[in-house]
Design a binder for this molecule. Sequence first.
Ligand code: G
Ligand code: MN
Length: 268
Amino acid sequence: MVRKLLNARLGGLFDRVTMAGRLRGAIDACELRLFYQPEVEVPTGRVCRLEGLVRWAHPQKGVLGPEAFIRAAERSDAIVRLMSWVLETGLSDCRRWLDEDVRVGISLNLSSRCLRDATLPDVVGKALARSRVAPAMLTLEVTESAIIADLDTAATTFRDLRATGVRIAVDDYGTGYSSLAYLKHLPIDEIKVDRSFIANMTTRREDAAIVRSTVTLAHELGQTIVAEGGEDAATWNALRTVGCDIGQGFHLCRPSSLEETLRWIGDR
Ligand code: G
Ligand code: MN
């Protein structure tokens, strides 16, 4: 029994270590891709930014989503390299679409590990300067659970990041088993309601009530409210009715390559 448990533990450790090592190799071998998914202003339908979503074009396993490797990366330094790759790639892509006169911003996901990296604000500032993208064009999304796990660090990092002029969004809002107190202490620009609430807001009274009251809360706090996971027309109508500012979801557009995303914007 003990041996079995130990083997399982060691096996898990082995998987994580090899995964982290392979991920470093993947960055060098240019196997990572940044996909994009548009976010639109709900009242007008105008595309306001593209969220960058990392994928790993694994030579054997096919295209992997972040859930397959981020956790392993976070347990090693691979996450630091991954994060700088995402920042550099995202901002240089953003430079490219701005140069093509597509006037939309970019949103990138910050891992909880990066939140604790004191050099992060500096790294972000330098990446912005290199790409000549205005800081206000960049939104950094941090999950609510990462914020809750270390409130003091989040407060310091957000303050320093905000000083560079970027926007901060709470991702997966409502799933972090949080108290609401952090909302009044942290400098937050946006709340992105988790898609588990959005998915059922047209069929379940409780979900609709949660979304509606979160819209009110965000607006009262002077924050922008974003809904992720709008999968059908009825949900988008409901988002319009409750006064949600920005929406994202499969009904509008799935994540895809930069080329396809720009084509989609051009065809609209
Ligand atoms: O929580 P975060 O904003 O990082 O989530 C982004 C992820 O959500 C992406 O991997 C994207 O594929 C997924 N996603 C985006 N829109 C939808 C949707 O309408 N439905 C579902 N199920 N997932 C979505
Ligand atoms: Mn996100």
